[in-house]
Design a protein around this ligand. Sequence first.
Ligand SMILES: *Cc1c(COP(=O)(O)O)cnc(C)c1O
Length: 388
Amino acid sequence: MRIEKAKRIDQIPPYLFAEIDKKKEEMRKKGMDLIDLGIGDPDLPTPQPIIERMKKASEDPGNHHYPSYEGMIEFRTAAAQWFERRFGVTFDPKTEVLTLIGSKEGIAHIPLAFVNPGDYVLVPSPGYPVYRVATLLAGGTPYFLPLLKENGFLPKLSEIPKEVAERSKLLFINYPNNPTSAIAEKPFFEEVVAFARRYRIIVCHDAAYSELAFDGYRPLSFFEVEGAKEVGIEFHSLSKTFNMTGWRIGFAVGNSEIVSGLGRVKTNIDSGLFQAIQEAGIEALNRYDTPIPNIIRIYEGRRDVMVKGLREMGLEVDMPRATFYLWIRVPQGYTSAQFATLLIEKAGIVATPGNGFGEAGEGYIRMTLTVDESRLQEAIERLKKINF
Ligand SMILES: *Cc1c(COP(=O)(O)O)cnc(C)c1O
């Protein structure tokens, strides 16, 4: 029997990192010592008190049953309290906060709640691939907003055609940004609120990196801007903040109708998040003042080594004020893919071609700071020996 996939999944653009994965495998087989700067996953462990809380919570038989769909009220309360301490904005844990099985889960599901076939979803390019894919799975049409250096990697909302804006249901934004490491300030968020009100568009702000910022900088929440609660939802993740990517825990806060729309989808698909993990999440949110200084200092050290080294070899890269990504312009005469291939073949350095995050990412590669400082020194030494 010939197994045919649904059009829904068939239409999803081919996996753009497949080529680099193949190359990695090939170089590894040749015995090349690879330094993988392609991974967006912290190398550091989860803090011990969070692990201890999980151990204890997993032994409690009360936690062995189906959890509630929307999340334990204790976790949602801890999330709301953390949010108020951090950003000075209050949310009702009962109606305005939702536990997520990682923020990716919420981002992937939200179009199912609000997008009808034929609707546009405004998606940044380059951007986290889930925005585009989730839109397609819901039958929507992504309309890409290029993030360009000359605009500080912020989308130009004024350049969106009126007909598109009028037929748009959701707008995805993400600051601090993956992959460009750009940040957004208040005037941009104010512009987003005005635009969303005017066209009645739901703003989905992905704040996965709000607690990974350097030199004392503290990223804003979208909700620090007046009127945001009328139009938006914000996705938060414990993954990068507390080195908990494998645990799968995040939450959404926002307008109660938007939150409950997402909740309705989840009720029909998943059955909530293991309560012991939610207890670990409570421990994380209650115990730590974020950003956690020890973690930030490590990334700052790595960032400084890389930015200095890359600039010394003539590469153009902005000094990130947040996230663990470096968004590097490829030298003249190379495409993103060609340059990434050169780096892996000649130096064993794995970087991600920028076009994998969307067409407007062409001309860049992304490197991550999730490798220890001595290995990054080694990476710089190897790169300095290549001619490009
Ligand atoms: C890592 C990441 C997420 C997802 O994090 P979860 O582990 O699912 O909470 C979401 N958005 C961006 C931009 C990310 O880089």
